[in-house]
Write a protein that binds this ligand. Structure first.
Ligand code: C2E
Ligand code: MG
Ligand code: MG
Ligand code: MG
Length: 284
């Protein structure tokens, strides 16, 4: 069965498509209410110094416990929020919560004193001229120093160079660092990257998961790490799932990473217990 076959026969009709669309509509309609009634939660995945195992930062990852649909993945609802404009409020909420949480950890636990917060930012937020002021306000309210904040942007955001670069410059002038997320999967040219005001490249999980100890499998990860070296950027590897991957990344010169092997994304309370549990031993 086809809704629009013929000249534009590619628009085949599938029942799943209707389901998906009505689910999207349902999500779009409930995001505003979800923000008002506090259904969004922020989980944190530690970013680890690979050689010592010490946590150096935490990535804030938004979670949505929908009243009827259950847990919905950000990979699904973030694009919906971008389409409806709700990403502005959602992004501000995650930023506020993450800054407050990491500031509290830094104050309360010696083991967490040097942690930074790494917060995902939508390209739409980056294009808003008031974004640097929004970030400054969140830092001031929370007491988190700008040096302890990293903004993660995707390559698709930086492709829109003219509107994004002034924002990046304004953020970095405040002392905030910028990371390019999922690096290697987007469309940014090397030409653009060389002039981009950023600090960190996050090596996409797809280049980490293929690492199997052969030089062939390491090609892209190695190239990204070398490129970062030339441009004087640091690297964080994403999606480390095996000790062999961690070892290989270190051999290639990548010093930091995150992944299920090291720590899963988890609630603030669970992480508080992690930092706290080691406190007495370190304090005495
Ligand atoms: P991302 O920023 O690249 O985040 C990494 C994703 O990989 C997270 O998925 C994380 O849970 C997952 N991950 C971490 N370690 C491993 C591993 O070892 N193996 C595998 N298979 N996966 C791992 P998550 O939390 O579902 O988030 C998906 C994406 O949604 C994020 O990708 C990010 O692009 C977006 N996102 C999440 N929170 C926010 C937010 O607050 N704002 C915006 N704009 N986007 C967000
Ligand atoms: Mg990210
Ligand atoms: Mg990523
Ligand atoms: Mg990713």
């Amino acid at each position: 069965e086809s809704k629009r076959s013929g000249a534009h026969g590619w628009r085949a009709y599938h029942p799943e498509m209707t389901d998906r669309r009505s689910r999207d509509v349902a999500l779009a309609e409930s995001i505003g209410e979800a923000l008002r009634s506090d259904q969004f939660d922020v989980h944190y995945q530690p970013i680890i110094d690979l050689a010592s195992g010490t946590p150096i930062g935490v990535e804030a990852l938004v979670r949505w416990q929908h009243p009827t649909l259950g847990m919905v993945s950000p990979a699904e609802f973030v694009p919906v929020a971008e389409r409806t404009g709700a990403i502005d409020g959602l992004g501000r909420h995650v930023l506020e919560v993450a800054c407050r949480q990491v500031a509290a950890w830094r104050r309360g636990a010696p083991r967490a004193a040097g942690l930074y917060a790494s917060v995902n930012v939508s390209p739409l937020q980056m294009r808003d001229g008031t974004f640097p002021a929004t970030v400054r306000a969140a830092l001031e309210r929370s007491g988190l120093p700008p040096q302890a904040l990293v903004m993660e942007i995707t390559e698709s955001a930086v492709v829109d160079e003219r509107t994004v670069v002034p924002t990046l410059i304004a953020l970095r002038e405040q002392g905030i660092r910028v990371a390019v997320d999922d690096f290697g999967t987007g469309y940014s040219s090397l030409h653009l990257l060389g002039r981009l005001p950023v600090d960190i490249l996050k090596i996409d999980r797809s280049f980490v998961s293929v690492l199997d100890g052969t030089s062939r499998s390491a090609g892209i990860a190695e190239a990204i790490i070398r490129l970062a070296g030339v441009l004087e950027l640091s690297t964080v590897a994403e999606g480390i799932e095996t000790p062999a991957q961690s070892a290989e990344l270190q051999l290639l010169g990548c010093t930091a990473g995150q992944g299920y092997l090291l720590a899963r994304p988890q609630t603030a309370d669970r992480l508080t217990a992690t930092w706290g549990a080691r406190l007495p031993r370190e304090a005495h």
